[in-house]
Design a protein around this ligand. Structure first.
Ligand code: SF4
Length: 337
């Protein structure tokens, strides 16, 4: 995410992002909150002191900033929520989880999508394509559909559901919007490879990427990632002691799944133990003596951060492959429902 700066106006701009602070101030005033929590992902955190000052000046409420890392709407600072009357969670769309006193204030990127979609249309082969993006660009999907129409391509948006707030939106842990569509090809608008990999693996279809920040288009190739994950499963297959990580974060906590995996491993003669933790980092695992790890937390922990760990770290579906509950040919991304 972009480095943030604050503006003097009540509608705050972050480099490349719009944030509707007027709305937040209005809601704080209407609620009569005396103490307000402010939580933001790392890319927006630099702006929080200035935002806190603006909120204090305009509402008279005291603001406390959450200093812990924040990875998504799944990651509301529950302890701070208990300390404050109202919590402002910046940058993410609500996913239907968490306490009632949280206001989600989405951060929207300013980039127009027309030019990059125009470029991507040349790579698309089908005349009906699923169009999908992340929360930062979802408000401009109309531009994308319009640009595709100019090329004679019909763009379709999958429906929202409880964890997904907007039609066409995907999360790193949920691809329900793309699976709901009957199309031969997808256009992902956004940055990075993680979401397009998830879309390709969730649907088995071709995915074209249009990156509105870099202005570049490409096609996702799942092979390098699948090779790495096959290697991780093979290495984990040699382990006897497995730690199963369960996240404390409200939108990532999957205790039942962890217990099911523990039973599966034990039935195959492995030593399995559950570990409950908040932020998952390599150092936290050092003294546990595990030879391999299964993370039931955010799928990005195992898939994006694997290189940081000295021991193999698997997702739940990968562990199912390891113990023979799932065929490798049925490999899929981990998703949280
Ligand atoms: S679990 Fe991971 S991918 Fe899903 S919302 Fe949270 S941080 Fe994002």
């Amino acid at each position: 995410m972009a480095r943030a700066h604050s503006t003097a106006g009540s509608n705050s701009g972050f480099s490349g992002y719009d944030l509707d602070l007027d709305k937040a101030i209005d809601l704080i005033q209407k609620s009569g909150a005396q103490r307000v929590g402010l939580q933001a992902p790392e890319g927006l955190k630099r702006a929080t002191p200035a935002l806190a000052r603006q909120i204090e000046e305009k509402t008279g409420a005291e603001v406390i900033i959450s200093g812990d890392p924040c990875f998504g709407a799944c990651d509301v600072d529950m302890q701070l929520c208990r300390e404050v009357d109202l919590m402002l969670h910046l940058g993410h769309a609500q996913i239907g989880i968490g306490p009632d006193n949280v206001i989600f204030l989405e951060a929207r990127m300013k980039e127009d999508l027309s030019d990059v979609v125009d470029k991507a249309a040349i790579l698309l082969k089908a005349k009906r394509v699923g169009v999908t993006t992340t929360i930062q660009h979802v408000h401009k999907l109309d531009q994308a559909l319009e640009a595709l129409k100019e090329h004679g391509i019909e763009g379709l948006l999958g429906p929202a559901e409880e964890r997904i707030r907007y039609p066409g939106q995907v999360l790193g842990c949920s691809y329900s919007t793309v699976r709901a569509l009957d199309v031969e090809e997808y256009l992902f608008i956004g940055t990075g490879q993680f979401h397009p990999l998830g879309i390709a693996l969730a649907t088995g279809k071709r995915v074209v990427i249009a990156d509105p920040v870099a202005g570049e288009v490409s096609e996702i190739d799942t092979d390098p990632m699948l090779r790495r994950r096959f290697g991780a499963i093979t290495r984990a297959g040699e382990a006897k002691r497995f730690a199963i990580l369960v996240s404390k974060k409200p939108g990532q906590r999957r205790m039942e799944l962890a217990e099911r995996l523990k039973a599966l491993g034990e039935a195959r003669g492995r030593e399995m133990f559950l570990v409950y933790l908040d932020n998952i980092e390599p150092d936290r695992l050092l003294n546990l003596g595990a030879e391999a790890v299964v993370s039931t937390a955010c799928p990005r922990v195992a898939l994006d951060d694997a290189a940081k760990y000295r021991i193999p770290i698997l997702t739940p579906p990968e562990f199912e492959v390891l113990v023979g509950e799932r065929e490798w040919t049925e490999y899929r991304f981990d998703e949280i429902s």
